[in-house]
Write a protein that binds this ligand. Sequence first.
Ligand code: FA5
Ligand code: MG
Length: 408
Amino acid sequence: AAAAEAAVEVGGVKIAREDVVKEDDPTNNVPDTIYSKIGLQLHRRDNHPLGILKNTIYDYFDKSFPGQFVKFDDLCPLVSTKQNFDDVLVPADHVSRSYNDTYYVDSQTVLRCHTSAHQAELLREGHRHFLVIGDVYRRDSIDSTHYPVFHQVTVFPRLYLNVFKTRYVMNSIDLSRIQMEGFRVFSPDDWSGSGMDGTAYAATDLKKTLEGLATHLFGAVEMRWVDTYFPFTNPSFELEIYFQGDWLEVLGCGVTEQEILKSNGRTDHVAWAFGLGLERLAMVLFDIPDIRLFWSNDQRFTSQFSKGKLGVKFKPFSKFPPCYKDMSFWINDEFTENNLCEVVRGIAGDLVEEVKLIDNFTNKKGMTSHCYRIAYRSMERSLTDEEINDMQWNVREEVKSKLRVELR
Ligand code: FA5
Ligand code: MG
């Protein structure tokens, strides 16, 4: 196989392979398949479904809040654990910090697992309203809607002075200064009759803005709000839209924790933020059946999309049959599905379509057996029996040697 590029450049930062892939370093778990995705920046290609969707989201914010939002789509995906976790109040024992869920370059540096990793530094730099779009990285399961690299848009924040508290505060603020600085100014009518405090007011504004975005993308749709939890927002919500007979989670959002604003120089402010996965939305909007297709260079895929054309329905080129291989083994204490998926992805790359647990039992001695079904399928061509058997043989060997499980 062709060696991965010696170095890529993102946002002015040169990233060499040896900066990211360190096979002998136990504090590193980044494989070549992940390194090879850094710098591709699908979201910056105007004729790519992700670029088209990104630009449509830009349009909405430019139209709704002219001149207010600054956009960042070229920030380096290598961030510190402080940026990715501490700055957004992710607790020390949260699963997302584990080597099982996140790609670590070393014990202090990760490939960002969400674009929220940039909000604290951007606040400290003095920005008020901003969008961050970028590639994010997660160790995860393998199926048609999960890929270890995907793209997120974080919008943060709609930041306003907390003029809600009392009429006294309202009266004491120099309104001309606030307007000059681009804050949204509320007249007393906005809040005094509403009985809402700043948080409730922000939550209402957030929901209204996001319902507007969903309508901008989908036209008239049915949607619903679901309460949820994020360490960095309170209250927190997910927006689901009803599409083709099912409820689809499209984004997470909430009112920013005061602690984040205070520790980044924004006392007496209220803000909201949201984070949205571009692929899931694009799959629905363009009828794209498998998340791997976004990475395809096949003309039959790329030629179907063009700048500014949201929602052109993808016409699948002939679909090739999948080939299923089952594999059973006795697991050990360290076994995780994410680790198995890394092994399979490392060997089969984008030729693996799904890895699925199909049987699971524990015998009288307390040994647990798992049977996984691996689906191999190319999006572009027929696979030969020989090539599938080779991949499966290599998967079995590596599962034995790397995961140290006992094959059955
Ligand atoms: C977050 O990442 C939060 N940072 C979002 C947020 C931002 C909340 C700001 C509040 C304020 P979550 O892990 O749910 O949340 O991911 C957000 C979206 O990313 C999901 O709704 C989904 O659309 C997408 N997503 C998550 N994992 C994958 C994956 N493996 N492949 C493709 N898309 C994914
Ligand atoms: Mg979620």
